[in-house]
Design a protein around this ligand. Structure first.
Ligand code: 13P
Ligand code: SF4
Length: 309
């Protein structure tokens, strides 16, 4: 399968971009593995004719918004996102219309139609800095992730109004089970994604985006980490720091030891091969929506560049 994928990507001038929450074998075959921001940055820069986006639907849409002339393929179109689903575009537009004069900041985990009614898009890597790039008295609507929004409000002293959305994976981490793990591994650092609920964030030694968590594990002098984000990222953490130990934080109400995003895990090597072979399923974005959605996405990329991210 790997040889066949390698042959196809060469023949078709295709690039394979994968999120850290993909299975290890997809991460290993990808040209680039990164978080949501890195995927958008690579998509914006690639000279490939085809982008095979191994992640979830909104990530493919973001690539298509940035590269309307390229073919953007997804191994499985059913790979959605509960957080994006928690924010229907019509309801979001209606909410925003009730606050004239407010700046609308949307997390990248949204549909293209939500991005079309947004002033600037953010990811977990740049959200804090982009919010802080606005004057302190700016009235801001932030959606859809209320946990990330609350976290940024607490860090910055802002009072952004928040959409009531969340990621079912990150909300599922159990504080009690994390505390139990900390008793078993007293030397371990608890590292957490800001999509998690506040009590989990409060007991954490470090909070950051997927890429920031990875960087922390590389740079930290600690040898053990309790990882409160989707467990796929542990694959790269182990590759980068083979001498360190990574303990996945478990979800609530489950006997499973780790927490996986069922949408992300829909993608397989075989589906990746088939999508490259057949050039389908393809991600499409309506031209009128794309025209509006590209502005806040480009604005995010420009701000990230200025901020050195
Ligand atoms: P980042 O890739 O920005 O860390 O976001 C995590 C996530 O949940 C992606 O779906
Ligand atoms: Fe969406 Fe959560 Fe899965 Fe990320 S981990 S794709 S936010 S459901």
């Amino acid at each position: 399968m790997k040889e066949k994928i390698n042959r196809l990507r060469k023949e078709k001038n295709a690039v394979i971009l994968a999120h850290y929450y993909q299975t290890g074998e997809i991460q290993d075959i990808a040209d680039c593995v990164g978080d949501s921001l890195a995927l958008a940055q690579w998509a914006a820069q690639t000279t490939a004719d085809i982008i095979a986006l191994c992640g979830v639907h909104f990530m493919g849409e973001t690539a298509k918004i940035l590269c309307p002339d390229k073919k953007v393929l997804a191994p499985d179109l059913n790979a959605g996102c509960s957080l994006a689903d928690s924010c229907p575009a019509d309801r979001f537009a209606d909410w925003a219309s009730r606050y004239p004069g407010y700046t609308v900041i949307s997390y990248v985990n949204t549909t293209a139609a939500v991005k079309a009614v947004t002033d600037v898009v953010v990811t977990s890597t740049n959200a804090r800095q982009i919010v802080e790039s606005f004057p302190k008295d700016t009235n801001i609507l932030f959606g859809p992730d209320k946990n990330l929004g609350n976290y940024i409000n607490s860090l910055t002293g802002r009072n952004m109004l928040l959409w009531d959305g969340a990621c079912h994976v990150h909300e599922q981490f159990s504080l009690e089970k994390i505390i139990e793990l900390k008793k078993r591994y007293p030397e371990a650092a608890i590292i957490t994604h800001p999509e998690c609920k506040q009590p989990v964030i409060q007991v954490s030694d470090f909070v950051g985006s997927t890429a920031a968590l990875l960087k922390y594990t590389i740079q930290s002098g600690k040898k053990q980490f309790i990882v409160a984000t989707e467990s796929g990222v542990i694959h790269e953490m182990k590759k980068q720091s083979p001498d360190k130990e990574f303990i996945p934080a478990p979800p609530n109400d489950s006997t499973c030891a780790c927490n996986e995003c069922s949408f992300m895990r829909l993608n397989t090597l075989e589906k990746l091969y088939n999508c490259l072979l057949n050039e389908t399923p393809e991600i499409t974005v309506d031209a009128s929506i794309r025209e509006k959605a590209v502005r806040p996405v480009r604005r995010m990329l420009e701000l990230s560049k200025q901020l050195g991210l």
